[in-house]
Design a protein around this ligand. Sequence first.
Ligand SMILES: [Zn+2]
Length: 188
Amino acid sequence: MFYYTQLINPSSPLAFDYVPESLTTAQIPFSPSANYERRQLDCVAASAAEALFAQASLDNICLTGVSGYRSYLSQKQLYENALKRNSTAVAAPGTSEHQSGLALDVSSPSLDFELEESFSDTTEGKWLKTHAPIHGFILRYPKRKEHITGYPFEPWHIRFVGKTLSLYLSLTGLTLEEYHGMKLTQTF
Ligand SMILES: [Zn+2]
């Protein structure tokens, strides 16, 4: 059984053969580097992303998708290439949210489509942080929660969890790890 609120991280990885059932190409602007696979998202997440990007465009905010879905094999390749460069910045295969089709990396032409921490200081990055939760997305790896998520601050990585949870998490400032930890300790 699959839930939009599912926790995916190194402690709760996806099966190597997990492929989302309803991948579809998201109808949003993508960076030139995004291949066919990376333009895909789970169909509910894709509709939510389309609504988010449509609102951005109405607000004169120019956002660009950089990477949505990544299969286990693509993630494995990325990971192995990163290891060759002695970089540990890429998630191990099975532990990346991108394999779920629920995560999307977002940048903007003003940043040359780069995924950089400085995105959080741009008009586009600030807009994304405020508006993503209204459309069911959270900034999955926030600042000052690195010790909980195990990830550095990634102001570009949004994750679809559905509107109820995205609004709850943005109001409380909790991460997905903290939310799932709370559920485990509930006594009813
Ligand atoms: Zn990402």
